[in-house]
Write a protein that binds this ligand. Sequence first.
Ligand code: GAR
Length: 180
Amino acid sequence: PKRVAILISGRGSNMKALIEQARGYEVVLVASNKVHAPGLDTARALGVPTFAFEAKRDEFEAALERSLADHKIGTIALAGYMRILSAAFIGRWRGRILNIHPSLLPRHKGLDTHNRVLAAGETVSGCTVHLVSEELDSGDVIAQTEVPVESGDDASRLAARVLEAEHYLYPKALSEFVRR
Ligand code: GAR
């Protein structure tokens, strides 16, 4: 199986789905730029080694690079990693970093996607797995799932429905990606 590292900043529900539904890849490291990210406890409970370090971005990325090398990582999956990676880092890992984003890219790049979908009166939202490039949320799309917006939705209800689709889409997309 291909050796994958997951980067998180918070809850880590996509990380958990990626670990539990791994096929054709193995999650051998979970790394976080937040030492108190709740997902770190989940990773440890699932027996996955963790790396957590709070520092300026360049310092964090330098330490992360060493950890990725130590663990012989081939592919990085961002899962609620909320800090923009440097262009230098992305350049070194070109074509080998995936991200999941809670909208149908190229619609609604950036933050606060669900409120923006609702404010625009859209009836369909969804989630996207894409390659990470230097421009935010703009790399090649690997896979998408549509999710209906329902009447009476607020951002949190819509987020929960999209998140469920993310947990199904991301492991499937990563499995297909490492097999390509
Ligand atoms: C997910 O909905 C993910 O798509 C989104 O944050 C949430 C993380 O949840 N990511 C972004 O907004 C990236 N800019 P999780 O920590 O439970 O996986």
